[in-house]
Design a protein around this ligand. Structure first.
Ligand code: SF4
Length: 694
């Protein structure tokens, strides 16, 4: 391609909003420029700072350009032939010496649907369901609760219908002003300009608070609760609604079950004691309950502040309870809507890169569903769910001896990163497929250099279930390979047949849609430039902008209400660690920072990590704003800058996971929600002391 060529229309590689952008090829392969795509379906040409800077990392000097093999503790350049031989022979050896479940496979929410589809197919052909992706760390509990109680683990509504129809936006544990900037500016702010009210529930005042000027109006509210008290806060809301009769009796009667369980759970519930526990005035919570329950259409947005707890499933179930008893489901402008983090986190789950489900959320232990997929694939799938990614890390060196990592960086992304690093060193073999030398890749036995988002095509699925096509410009480094080509080659060599041979990425999508009922009606032609929202069962279906108009997708068609009670975080403050550490992300960086920390534009905004400390805590510790401090938990310590601010409550400290040298995940707790196996990133006991510049 050359600079005379037309810009290529594709999708931003960062967050789950799924903004369309264009890439203008330059004179040289790596010479790409960002261009707006004015008619892009989601964002109509607008982008945030990350989207505008996305091309900066494509030709970065740190790119991995050749396969690497570890020998005598050092990496040496290798041919692809050598690298493939080693990967395949080690995977075969591990299966022979141990069993198929001795391997784990990590897919990636930064990688496209077709590539994740082939990775999970490879794992299952190998004989294990030990395949997972980083959605485990962000919304596994949300997916669990939504799938169990409503039917599908996804947004019930769409950004567009919420903008046009919602009267109240209830945003709990999410920060769209920072994490989903275009959803916030183009959809939610528009709804507010037209009269919608925002109720934000979050321990941290942030860009969302500021973008709606929440402190300056009576219309909007910020309920600044203590981390880990979302259930008592929502129980106050639910009980207030019950006391005042603000329920939708007809909806409860006709479309739900479990209402009695909720009323029994709340019968002796003490609202005043609960408000004390939350650290929020009872009258404020009651006022918020009235705003939500008496609105014509009220929509809930839920984020990782809800999901990343040991009670994550119950947190989200309580949001579902709220929507169900007020009849705020099954029509535009309502629903329970998870804001998904990465540009393909929804799709990675949709295509089955999870240990308990096959493509389209068909349960692996459902004989009928499994057999129908087996028939298409031509091989048997193990009938028992496998290990999740944190469980795989916990088992490294014990029952798990080999790991295949495609585009993931568990040392940075998983909690208690120091232990993850130690455990991965216990593996007999690890292969990492990535674009940069990540903290995890440094421990690999083989590194396979992959291409970036701008160099290849495929599909991704955004936060409101829209499947969109990405289109590649051209390869920057001759000796790198697309993830899809690597998966096809490894699969073909490992199994010696044609089940991993495809002519191109579209042919992989064609097979995917045969085994994934919610994608069955999609083809590349039908996706076109607009994309399609699932469920899309047959060609010609236009997809659904909102779900559950007539019934829920549960066994009996009814939405499931279930009362839940407070479960404090597993680690609470004590004398040694008297503070609560909570974590979140910044607009200018992206998760483990593998890409964003290499972007000059993004790095200039936030070159290093910092911790928010309340002025009263700072005074007690003698800490000045802008000073280096040591932040410690039972699992490690990091040194970072102190930002003294009233954005955070007294007794709570807040920091980010983006920076390798001072990542919050060196401190976070790896205790899991029992059902969804999501770690409790959002609350750990911590201590702070004056530090010295690292
Ligand atoms: Fe990219 Fe998300 Fe920003 Fe849109 S809002 S440009 S998808 S990072």
């Amino acid at each position: 391609m050359s600079s005379d060529d037309e810009p290529v229309k594709t999708i931003c590689p960062y967050c789950g909003v799924g903004c369309g952008i264009s890439v203008q090829p330059g004179a040289e392969p790596g010479d790409m420029r960002f261009m707006p795509w004015g008619e892009a379906p989601v964002n109509e040409g607008r982008v945030c700072i990350k989207g505008g800077a996305a091309t900066e990392v494509v030709d970065h000097e740190d790119r991995l350009t050749d396969p690497l093999i570890r020998e005598d503790g050092e990496f040496r350049e290798a041919t692809w032939e050598e690298a493939y031989d080693l990967v395949v022979s080690e995977m075969q050896r591990i299966r022979e010496e141990h069993e198929p479940d001795a391997m784990g496979f990590f897919g990636s929410s930064k990688v496209m649907n077709e590539e994740n589809y082939l990775l999970q197919k490879l794992a299952r052909r190998y004989g294990t369901n030990n395949v997972d992706n980083c959605t485990r760390m962000c919304h596994a509990s949300t997916v669990w609760a939504l799938r169990t109680s409503l039917g599908a683990g996804a947004m019930t509504n769409s950004m567009a219908d919420l903008r046009d129809e919602a009267d109240v936006l209830w945003i709990q544990g999410a920060n769209p002003g920072e994490q989903h900037p275009i959803a916030n500016s183009q959809y939610f702010r528009q709804a507010v300009l037209e009269g919608a009210t925002v109720i934000q529930v979050d321990p941290h005042a942030n860009k969302t608070t500021r973008s709606f000027k929440i402190d300056e109006t009576d219309r909007h509210m910020h309920l600044q609760l203590k981390p880990g008290t979302d259930i008592p806060l929502l129980n106050i809301v639910l009980k207030t609604i019950l006391e005042n009769g603000w329920i939708d009796e007809e909806f409860i009667e006709q479309r739900t079950e479990g209402f009695d369980d909720l009323t029994e759970t709340l019968e002796d519930f003490d609202k005043e004691a609960a408000a004390e526990e939350c650290g929020v005035p009872l009258s404020d919570i009651e006022a918020a309950a009235e705003k939500y329950a008496t609105a014509d259409n009220a929509a809930i947005f839920t984020g990782m502040g809800m999901s990343q707890h040991t009670c994550g499933v119950d947190n989200v179930q309580n949001e579902i309870n709220l929507a169900l008893i007020t009849g705020n489901l099954g029509r535009p402008g309502t629903g329970v809507n998870p804001l998904r983090g990465q540009n393909n986190v929804q799709g990675t789950c949709d295509v089955g890169a999870m240990p308990n489900v096959l493509p389209g959320y068909q349960l692996v232990d459902d004989d009928e569903a499994r057999e129908s997929v087996e028939q298409e694939w031509g091989f048997e799938v193990p009938p028992e769910p496998g290990l999740t990614n944190v469980e795989i890390s916990h088992e490294a060196g014990k029952s798990v001896h080999g790991l295949y990592v495609m585009g993931e960086n568990p040392i940075m992304s998983e909690p208690d990163g120091n232990r993850v690093e130690e455990r991965l060193q216990e593996l007999e073999f690890m292969v990492v497929q990535d674009i940069f030398m990540t903290e995890t890749a440094k421990l690999a036995d083989v590194i396979l250099p992959a291409t970036t988002w701008a160099e290849r095509g495929g599909t991704v699925t955004n936060t409101d279930r829209r499947v969109q096509r990405m289109r590649g410009v051209e390869k920057v480094h001759e000796n790198t390979k697309h993830d899809l080509d690597i998966m096809m080659e490894v699969g073909s060599r490992l199994f010696g047949d044609e089940k991993f041979r495809f002519d191109d990425v579209e042919e992989v999508f064609e097979e995917l849609r045969q085994v994934c009922p919610i994608y069955h009606g999609m083809t590349y032609d039908l996706l076109g430039e607009e994309g399609l929202q699932w469920p899309c069962y047959e060609p010609g279906d236009e997809g659904d902008t909102f779900l559950y108009e007539d019934e829920f997708d549960t066994e009996n068609g009814l939405g499931q209400i279930e009362g839940v009670t407070h479960q404090p975080p597993k680690e609470t403050p004590d004398e040694e660690y008297p503070l609560v550490l909570t974590t979140a992300r910044l607009e200018e960086h992206y998760n483990t920072g593998t890409m964003s920390r290499r972007s000059p534009t993004l790095n200039r905004q936030h070159p290093e990590n910092f911790v928010d400390i309340h002025p009263n805590d700072a005074e007690r510790y003698g800490i000045e704003d802008g000073e280096y401090v040591k932040l410690k938990s039972r699992r490690g310590e990091i040194t970072l800058l102190a930002q003294v601010t009233e954005d955070i409550k007294e007794g709570v400290v807040w920091t980010t996971p983006h920076f390798a040298a001072a990542s919050a995940n060196r401190l976070t707790n790896d205790v899991l929600d029992e059902r969804a196996k999501i770690p409790e990133y959002k609350a750990a006991a911590a201590e702070v002391e004056i530090g010295i510049e690292p």
